[in-house]
Ligand binder design. Structure first.
Ligand code: HEM
Length: 395
């Protein structure tokens, strides 16, 4: 078995029970039988109820986000606690407000049109590989101010960053860690060059904003800037790809929903929110107890890892009527797909904007779109990211 630190590093990436696409039956069973569960093998708590997951994410004074990091790495926003978290978040907050993002609308619209134009004349397209993958990478590359010609490298890096080991044996964990470190080195060398260029010649982009920002009168160190770049690249890519991919899958799984949304495009914003709830692109988030905590008769010890199963919380029947039904017209939909509290997803308005421009255009262009018979789904192997490697459709 892997050493405890390494096992914990991967715990959230590879809960062994979650290799399948239809994991929702297991969540339901856990909500009914053991909603606050201690996983002996992983040495971590699992929370499955909406209220408990929301509480975990909101109570930043009880639970720390300081996750184990790869060797030689500094923590990014996502894995920091206040006050450092608050200071770093303030630097990038402004770039991601819905108002600021409106500026990007025409550019994203043009990209959507271009990517779909490139698919003209085909009988089958892969919604993920041909469309939902390149779109967010190009958008985030533009926002950061890095050339999107390097897109293939970004894909390689962000894939490996979220990947879990094939098994929890010491060899599998060790070999993936080695691979992750090698790719990370490559990525950091790339960003170091970009940072040096922008320091000499600042532009209007987000990396230039981060370089010039000050925290307590001091500029950020290069390794902190790199950590920011890595986070924005990784956090925004796979997740948004999966929102669009999972969303189209939800519409096509029961094709009457596709037809309904095609006839009533006003339902699309509801369909996007419902995808976030029903097939949440991030299924789990972990924290570490800052002190001993009692939770309805269970004793969580200081330092223990606690995993909040967002994917289960979003199917909790006590919060969502007919939770296992995909309903684009759902009225009450306060899901936890983007988290809650101080770490609430910075990129939520961007992800929503990209999906809101992408999905109607996909439906418009390909009104006869359907899933092929005998489609073999190939889910991404990762405990916290939930999506498909590819989604071929007939058009
Ligand atoms: C945080 C989900 C898209 C950047 C988070 C968190 C979740 C999440 C659940 C909270 C993590 C925690 O509490 O520990 C998603 C989903 C997305 C998405 C489902 C797409 C559908 C994006 C995009 C970006 C982004 C497009 C940026 C380009 C971030 C950052 C954080 C974050 C920087 C850390 C915020 C903090 O710690 O204060 N995201 N995300 N995300 N997300 Fe997203």
């Amino acid at each position: 078995m892997a050493t405890p630190t390494k096992a914990i590093f991967f715990r959230h990436l590879f809960p062994s029970k979650l290799e399948n696409w239809e994991r929702f039956g297991w969540y339901k069973k856990m909500r009914e039988e053991s909603p606050i569960h201690f996983d002996e093998q992983a040495g971590a708590w699992d929370l499955f109820l909406f209220d408990d997951v929301e509480w975990l994410l909101k109570e930043a004074s009880l639970f720390s986000s300081e996750r184990p990091t790869l060797e030689g790495d500094v923590r990014s926003l996502l894995s920091l606690d206040p006050p450092k978290h608050t200071q770093l978040r303030a630097i990038v907050n402004k770039a991601f407000t819905p108002r600021e993002l409106e500026m990007w609308r025409p550019r994203i619209q043009t990209l959507v049109t271009k990517l779909l134009d490139d698919l003209k004349g085909k009988d089958t397209v892969d919604i993920i590989r041909d469309f939902a993958y390149p779109l967010p990478v190009i958008v985030i590359a533009d926002i950061l101010g890095v050339p999107y010609e390097d897109m293939d490298k970004f894909k390689e890096w962000s894939d490996i960053l979220v990947e879990g080991p094939k098994s929890m044996t010491a060899e599998a964990v060790e070999s993936l860690l080695t691979e992750k470190l090698a790719k990370q080195k490559e990525m950091y060398a790339y960003f170091d060059e970009i940072i040096a260029q922008k320091r000499k010649n600042p532009q209007e982009d987000l990396i230039s904003v981060i370089i010039s920002a000050e925290v307590d009168g001091a500029k950020l160190a290069d390794n902190e800037i790199r950590a920011f770049c890595k986070l924005l690249l990784a956090a925004g890519n796979e997740t948004t790809t999966n929102l669009i991919g999972n969303g189209m899958y939800c519409l096509l799984e029961d094709r009457s929903i596709f037809e309904r949304v095609n006839k009533e495009p006003d339902l699309i914003p509801g369909a996007i929110e419902e995808t976030l709830r029903f097939r949440s692109p991030v299924q789990a988030i972990n924290r570490f107890a800052k002190q001993d905590i009692e939770l309805r008769g269970h004793s969580i010890k200081k330092g223990q890892e606690v995993v909040g199963w967002i994917g289960s919380a979003n199917r909790d029947e006590t919060h969502f009527l007919y939770a296992d039904t995909f309903d684009p017209a759902r009225q009450q939909n306060k899901h936890l797909a983007f988290g809650k509290g101080i770490h609430f997803c910075l990129g939520a308005p961007l992800a929503r904007l990209e999906a809101a421009l992408a999905m109607p255009e996909l439906i418009n262009r390909f009104p006869d779109m359907r899933l092929p018979e005998n489609l073999q789904l190939e889910p991404i192997v990762s405990g916290f990211v939930y999506g498909l490697k590819s989604l071929p459709v007939q058009i």
